[in-house]
Design a binder for this molecule. Structure first.
Ligand SMILES: [Zn+2]
Length: 273
């Protein structure tokens, strides 16, 4: 699933191509009706047609396209979605679920094998993002915020990092990477993390997200940037999907376990409980 660095890369790619453009027509393909959450597919197509895109923002893993009628088109790519900017006459990808043609002859395509992606059309973007806390790269995601969240919860550190109410945009890849950078075992009870370790974990979250963003994200499976290319960060990760390989810090073998319901990768040598 695309996480914060991947969605932000898409936003940076698509922003200059979409902002100021008017939507000529939108089409949600047969079989992809669940994409449209707030309106029936035909109604959403009609509501998008003729609208100009005023801004393209992001919160966590959501893309927010502000439209000239004051509404916001909120897009979430979920498991396997990708958004690719191309020309209106480009052939459809095998898993194309929707297309949005623009007034300059270009076209935005949503490709999504698993079909879990969502579109909302809302007056207030918050309505499309329930249970979503501060973006993990925003000021609001502060050391104090993370420390308080850890102290309050009776779950693992990994579960706290995956909670979108705590750190919107962090998913399985960057939760594992942040724990390795901070030297914390992801299975540790959150409430046992003291102020020093909370500060280290906060810095680690920021570090892994920013490093991946610098590499245009990680392409472990379906992720593609706004122009259809892979990210470059997946070859640089420390633990994610590296089980059985040596840790780059202490050489112990990286393990994989199920934590917070997700496959979790960590080094038993240098990540402490
Ligand atoms: Zn290690």
């Amino acid at each position: 699933m695309p996480e914060l660095p991947e969605v932000e890369t898409i936003r940076r790619d698509l922003g200059p191509l979409l902002v100021g453009r008017t939507i000529r027509c939108a089409r949600i393909h047969p079989g992809a009706e669940r994409l449209a959450v707030t309106d029936p597919p035909r109604a959403m197509e009609q509501a998008l047609a003729g609208r100009r895109v005023e801004a393209l923002d992001r919160h966590g893993k959501y893309l927010l396209a502000a439209l000239d009628d004051g509404r916001t088109w909120v897009l979430h790519l979920r498991m396997t979605g990708s958004l690719v900017h191309t020309t209106a006459d480009a052939p459809a990808h095998r898993f194309e679920r929707a297309r949005v043609d623009l007034d300059d002859g270009s076209s935005l395509r949503l490709n999504d094998m698993r079909k879990f992606g969502t579109w909302h059309l809302v007056d207030d973007p918050a309505d499309a993002m329930p249970y979503c806390g501060p973006d993990a790269l925003s000021e609001a995601f502060s050391v104090r915020w993370l420390r308080d969240a850890l102290r309050r919860r009776r779950t693992s550190v990994k579960a706290v990092l995956l909670d979108q109410q705590v750190a919107a945009g962090v998913g399985n890849i960057y939760a594992d990477e942040a724990c390795w950078i901070a030297g914390i075992d992801p299975r540790t009870s959150a409430s046992r993390i003291g102020p020093k370790r909370a500060e280290r974990l906060h810095a680690a979250v920021r570090q892994t997200l920013e490093e991946s963003l610098g590499d245009r994200g990680s392409s472990f499976s379906d992720y593609r940037d706004g122009l259809g290319a892979e990210g470059m960060h997946h070859v640089k990760v420390h633990v994610f999907r590296r089980e059985g390989q040596p840790c780059g810090r202490c050489s112990r073998t990286i393990l994989k376990a199920r934590v917070a319901g997700r496959g979790t990768h960590f080094c038993p040598g240098c990540q402490r409980r």
